[in-house]
Ligand binder design. Structure first.
Ligand SMILES: Nc1ncnc2c1ncn2[C@@H]1O[C@H](COP(=O)(O)OP(=O)(O)OP(=O)(O)O)[C@@H](O)[C@H]1O
Ligand SMILES: [Mg+2]
Length: 345
């Protein structure tokens, strides 16, 4: 699925359509969009009311005639028309006019390595709707590895973990290609969900989805390891009375609650290592795992992986932007010619 660098250099813009956030890179202009993949629609007229950050703030706070929708789910565009409208708004008229000046507008997008034909079709259709005459697809894993500066083109193994909102992808790369990879349907959303459920069951507290992050921040530092603060004060709404209430939450119990999604990530790492040729595993022992994607910032996640695998674990700089930056580097030819697809070269 990954195309040659030559084709990518001819693209004018690149899109990373994530379950949580949409990023758009325009050649020559850099990253022009980094906004939540959310749109608010007026159900009476069908018109768009807001997109991005503003639409996300409306989640759970709208009158009945406004519906907040997420056109991307689980790493796939589920509503092509809405995704196109959202992207048009996010990119803005000025940039769109500039892009349209290219006679044969070309776009690039990143998709999961195991995306099914329907999912890839949906991504292509979305960009065609924005005026692209040709769309190149790049594996998210490769784009992210390039974006965080891993030496993907060399004949040595690198292990990358893309921790997104809806999914986590783990892979061993060598010679610019994926050697083994798994995609697990757990990510930042599953962790948030586990925290919300825990507070509802243990403390009869309803936590608005936007307040999950403060709890994670309270767990900061050694959040997921047993060395952090023993408890944290959390505000929410009582399940029974509906009144605002604060509780002191035991951080050890929260850690316990988010173990389930994190354990499946550990299983995934084990699976990738088992399927990987021994020579490459030896490289990995000193090089370790590179974490990218927004959920890599989950406090203490890296330490947990370090303890569980005994391997060095690094978090990329600005991990959430790696895939988009990687696409950008490919578009602008800022990387060494690399054998993205050795067999076809
Ligand atoms: N500082 C942080 N601490 C913990 N979690 C974070 C932090 N920042 C972002 N996240 C989580 O990262 C996720 C978003 O990551 P990212 O932007 O990589 O997702 P995405 O690319 O939209 O998703 P996907 O690749 O799965 O489609 C969200 O679930 C968010 O909760
Ligand atoms: Mg992503």
């Amino acid at each position: 699925m990954t195309v040659s660098l030559e084709q990518l250099r001819r693209c004018h813009f690149a899109v990373d359509l994530g379950a949580a956030r949409t990023r758009v890179f325009v050649k020559g202009a850099g990253l022009v969009v980094d906004q939540p993949s959310v749109a608010a629609v007026n159900t009476r007229t069908g018109g768009l009311i807001a997109v991005g950050e503003f639409a996300e703030q409306m989640t759970g706070r709208t009158p009945s005639y406004i519906r907040v929708v997420r056109p991307v789910s689980g790493g796939t565009v589920v509503d092509i028309e809405m995704a196109q409208r959202m992207l048009r708004q996010l990119i803005g008229d000025k940039t769109r006019r500039a892009l349209r000046r290219n006679l044969r507008l070309r776009a690039a997008a990143c998709t999961p390595h195991d995306a099914d034909p329907l999912a890839t079709r949906a991504t292509i259709e979305t960009l065609v709707g924005l005026g692209a005459r040709r769309v190149e697809l790049v594996d998210t894993l490769i784009a992210a590895a390039v974006g965080c500066g891993l030496p993907v083109e060399r004949p040595e193994a690198t292990m990358i973990m893309v921790c997104g909102a809806a999914a986590t992808q783990v892979a061993v790369l060598s010679l610019g290609s994926i050697v083994t990879a798994v995609r697990l349907p757990v990510g930042g959303e599953a962790v948030d969900h586990a925290i919300v459920q825990h507070l509802r069951h243990e403390h009869a507290l309803v936590l608005p989805s936007q307040s999950v992050r403060p709890l994670q921040v309270a767990l900061r530092g050694n959040g997921l390891t047993p060395h952090g603060p023993a408890s944290a004060e959390i505000h929410g709404r009582d399940v029974v009375t509906g009144l605002p209430r604060s509780v002191r939450v035991n951080t050890a119990a929260v850690r316990e609650a988010i173990q389930t999604p994190l354990t499946s990530v550990l299983d995934g790492i084990g699976r990738v290592l088992r399927d990987c040729p021994p020579d490459l595993v030896a490289d990995l022992a000193d090089r370790g795992i590179m974490m990218v994607g927004g959920s890599a910032l989950l406090p203490g996640f890296d330490q947990m992986l370090r303890q569980a695998t005994g391997m060095p674990v690094h978090i990329a700089e600005r991990p959430e932007l790696c895939a988009a930056e990687g696409l950008g580097a490919m578009l602008e030819g800022r990387i060494e010619p690399l054998l993205l697809n050795p067999l076809a070269a």
